[in-house]
Design a protein around this ligand. Structure first.
Ligand code: GLC
Length: 748
């Protein structure tokens, strides 16, 4: 007997409430009759066409055995397209489909709208660092309005893969390492994209990806094998997908990776047993790009027909770009290898999404709306706010008796040095949608606007991957009059994202050399670190007085950093990934099991887990981030010290939080739980709640968390979720490494 993860059912309850009270989508019962009425009229050829997805603009010439895209669309052989095109072109394709196909079934247009369409927000790892689901939902709503005005009605987002290894480039697209936070964020994106009604013209069908386990790639190497026990699948990797499904996500995307020996795009256990039979998901599953064809190199298919059969039978409804469903499904049905009933299942799902979007009634996009929808002033302000909230202040040491940040406006001369101070492309990060460099306000532009050319000297110093001695010398000269040196260093947009794993996480090129030269001047240095992942920079974290993780902040990077550096905005970002000291520590995550030889072993010092040549702890822990003020936490208090396993309402946890500094600040108050004595080993801490609270200087507030019993459930020895007798420790803390826990006995 398997039920929905109770932690998830709490989220599902919230999400389904949100969904039921707001989102009319694929579960709308009024769709059933329409779907059946259409399905009854369709021929097998027309049914297969609904499962075929091609890229816009991709050659489909004679060498592929397929005629050109336009004529295939006109003959009703295509169900969906993906990629960017002017809205006029999209309407042309749609007209071809509507007029050319017998039943006038519209095409579904999809695109990777990952962190904004034309208004580009911080990359998802940055947005997640805000720990603000309402903010994230707002950014997704803007993305939906802009993308739908451009003819797109389906986004291949949110990416909800749990990421525990910073070598993996796609950590940039993730919400980080925690399933609870990842679930909350997944639900927020779905609500933002799909809006109050999926059939509203400014709604996008969401597509939670990559189902499932993609982030567990061995060695952090993209597309690599994953071995994930069912226990870890259930506790770590599946929850964010369940949250997306429970929030009404219209689709999922099946992943590239082999999962326990079976490729995720041919994995019946996940695609059918979990997703359909357990969760009751009624939306469509689209394969990832060519993932159906990749079953051949994976070694489980010997040819295209075999690949098509295995992907389809496992539960992949639509074939993204391989053309194998187009070429083989009909033959497989005629040969009796695939049943007509199984074909109808997938076609229903596709029709359900198209009907839920209102595409049959409104297949075309009003072309007059496109330009006015882009970069609206409120969207640009939101982009700046989101960037400010994404920044994580990692270090802010005293210089001259006080923290170096925020800078005072009395600072006379600033030297701005580094390859990312005036770059537009890298600020957009990976998957920039329809973002344009011309829309980016760079750090240099904003500094010049604030200080003027007389007080600001800018120098490249070195390129991202290479640089000359002469350029370094010029930069050194530009620091001579500086009161403070601000450095903009890190990774290019191409050094993270897909197919961008790195085996070393240092600063590329000669950037470290440049940084050391700047620190050697003896002048105060502030390092702004732009990257798609944590970087292993122990020297910098020791020697540089202030470091801000800025990720890839999007189009408003300059204004957001100005407000942060000069204190109009008090940084409130918190890490959603454990920050490694060295690559050797990876994969690294806070919610780890204790092992039988833990480091904090009172009796054993040598034969314990750890490294001879590296710390066991991260450089900075999950949940960490500094502020320009300070916060103090009172003891965690529980409404009860004993809890019966069947007591549904659980308990209440509270702690007094005080702003002990001289500035107002926003604090992410975090709730963690540890369970001991359970039938399966549980993490040393697991996030079960968080709250953003804003406190004025000196202000105190009691943070209160309701902890329903079901959020204390574990995936037990019998392969089900259950609340078990246990000794629980509960922390209300500023991050995953601090705080004094309160004890609770869960009794049978
Ligand atoms: C890519 C990515 C996937 C993306 C898809 C369509 O290979 O893996 O995240 O949505 O293709 O661009």
């Amino acid at each position: 007997m398997v039920t929905c993860h109770p932690l998830l059912s709490a989220i599902c309850l919230l999400a389904s409430f949100a969904a039921s009270s707001a989102t009319i989508g694929i579960d709308d019962p009024s769709l059933d009759a329409k779907v059946e009425a259409l399905l009854r009229q369709m021929t097998p050829e027309e049914k297969v066409a609904q499962l075929v997805q091609y890229p816009i603009g991709q050659p489909t010439g004679p060498e592929t055995g397929l005629v050109d895209l336009d004529s295939m669309i006109a003959r009703g052989q295509v169900g969906a397209l993906l990629g960017t095109a002017p809205v006029r072109r999209i309407n042309t394709y749609q007209r071809l489909a509507m007029q050319g196909s017998r039943l006038h079934i519209p095409l579904l247009f999809g695109l990777d709208v990952i962190h904004g369409y034309r208004t580009v927000f911080p990359i998802p790892l940055g947005l997640a660092s805000s720990w603000d689901t309402a903010l994230i939902e707002r950014t997704a709503r803007v993305a939906a309005r802009e993308a739908s005005a451009a003819g797109i009605r389906w986004t291949f987002s949110p990416m909800v893969d749990i990421a525990r290894d910073a070598r993996w480039g796609r950590i940039a697209e993730s919400a980080g390492e925690d399933p609870y936070l990842g679930s909350q964020i997944a639900a927020a994106y779905v609500r933002g994209y799909q809006g109050a009604r999926l059939d509203a013209p400014d709604s996008l069908a969401a597509c939670a990806k990559h189902f499932v386990g993609y982030g567990a790639a061995e060695g952090g190497r993209d597309y690599n094998t994953t071995e994930i026990s069912e226990h870890t699948l259930r506790e770590i990797y599946l929850p964010p997908f369940h949250a997306a499904v429970s929030t009404g996500a219209a689709s999922l995307m099946s992943a590239f990776n082999a999962l326990n020996g079976v490729p995720a795009s041919a994995n019946r256990f996940t695609l059918t047993q979990v997703l359909r039979e357990e969760w009751g998901f009624r939306g469509l599953v689209d394969s990832d790009w060519l993932a159906v064809a990749q079953l051949i190199p994976h070694g489980i298919a010997i040819n295209g027909a075999d690949a098509a059969e295995k992907a389809f039978e496992s539960g992949v409804d639509m074939d993204m770009t391989s053309g194998l469903y187009h070429r083989h499904l009909l033959d497989l049905i005629e040969a009796g290898r695939i049943s007509p009933a199984r074909l109808d299942e997938s076609v229903r799902r596709v029709l359900r999404v198209k009907l839920a979007l209102g595409l049959l009634e409104h297949p075309y996009t009003d072309e007059s709306q496109e330009s006015g929808a882009m970069l609206q002033p409120a969207a640009v302000v939101l982009a700046r706010e989101a960037a400010e909230r994404s920044f994580v202040l990692l270090k802010n040491a005293d210089v001259g008796g006080k923290p170096i940040l925020p800078l005072s406006d009395s600072v006379r001369h600033v030297a701005l040095i580094g390859p990312l101070a005036d770059d537009v492309t890298d600020m957009l990060g990976s998957w920039p949608g329809a973002g344009r460099g011309e829309d980016v306000v760079t750090l240099r532009q904003s500094f010049e606007e604030r200080l003027g050319n007389r007080r600001l000297r800018y120098a490249l110093g070195t390129g991202l991957t290479e640089g000359s001695d002469a350029a370094m010398r010029r930069a050194m000269r530009d620091t001579l009059r500086a009161d403070v040196i601000v450095m903009a260093l890190g990774e290019s947009h191409a050094m993270s994202g897909e197919a961008a794993s790195r085996a070393n996480l240092t600063l590329p090129g000669r950037q470290q050399e440049l940084l050391e030269k700047m620190v050697a001047t003896g002048k105060p240095v502030v390092l702004i670190l732009f990257s798609g992942r944590p970087l292993t920079l122990p020297w910098a974290f020791e020697k540089v007085p202030a470091v801000i993780a800025a990720w890839a902040p999007g189009i408003q990077v300059g204004p957001a950093l100005m407000r942060t550096l000069f204190g109009e905005s008090n940084p409130s970002g918190r890490l959603t990934v454990s920050w490694p000291r060295s690559v050797g520590q990876l994969p690294l995550y806070y919610n780890a099991l204790n092992t039988g030889r833990p480091r904090n072993n009172p009796t054993e010092k040598q034969y314990v887990t750890g490294y001879l040549d590296e710390e066991l702890t991260p450089q900075f822990p999950f949940g960490f981030g500094l502020s320009y003020t300070t916060f103090d936490y009172g003891p965690t208090q529980l409404s009860r010290q004993r809890l019966h396993v069947s007591t549904a309402e659980g308990l209440t946890a509270t702690a007094r939080v005080t702003n002990t500094g001289s500035r107002a600040g926003s604090e992410v108050v975090q709730l963690y739980v540890r369970l001991q004595g359970t039938s399966t080993a549980q993490p040393v801490r697991a996030l079960k709640g968080f709250q953003n609270i804003v406190l004025a200087p000196g202000e105190s507030r009691t943070a209160t968390f309701q902890l329903p019993s079901e959020t204390l459930a574990v995936w037990d020895i019998h392969n089900r979720y259950a609340v078990e007798p246990a000794r629980a420790t509960v922390w209300i803390a500023p991050d995953s490494a601090r705080g004094k826990g309160a004890e609770l006995e869960i009794v049978p």
